[in-house]
Design a protein around this ligand. Sequence first.
Ligand code: SF4
Length: 227
Amino acid sequence: MLKELIDQFYIENQKNRDQTHFYITDAGKCPRAVFFKFKNVPREPMDARLLRVFEHGEHLHRNIFNILYRLRVGVTTEIPIPAQEIISGRADAILCVNNENYVLDIKSMNSMIFRNLKEPKEENVYQIQLYLHYFNIKKGILLYIDKDQQNLKEFIITYDPVLVKGLLEGFYSLKTQIEEGSVPARLAEYPQNWQCTYCQFRDICKLADGENVKWEEFKKKIETLQA
Ligand code: SF4
């Protein structure tokens, strides 16, 4: 009874923002899923449990911010990257330790994933590299929190201009595909890739071939099925 009411609350209050520009968190994401977001393709609502997991992650972030302020490490939190044409985003924090500036990005995960984490996740590295680029800071810290046991792990990331160039080229190329109406190919490991498991466009995605398809034709197919 109460469980259903709480679940319903989460489902009804989830926000599916219309996407008109890229977010830093799109780095490393499936280009086809990002394309679908730009085109407002109908998506499956997110599971209430998953929404609670995200909310819990935000609380953990705020706890860390609190500690950082008390540590007096010259911290500024939730800073938007400078405005430019292609991408927007907000770094968790910029702080100064031993006279050196760092961009901080905080991620939380369950104990099992945390235990097995020997190196930073690729998509997290992509995101922090973009923050380093836009803030012109040479070093970053990826701080991982074990949500169940409250353990911490950190990885120091050094700015890699070659990697950033590749990421930005990927965004520009996806921008062209969006403007020209060319639906990107599926991920190579579809449907086993973890992104497919959580993808809100799974049902739509399987209606198209695995390769690039023309958006106008595919859109008609979606509209016919919805009619
Ligand atoms: S199901 Fe997989 S390949 Fe298809 S859009 Fe989603 S993440 Fe991409």
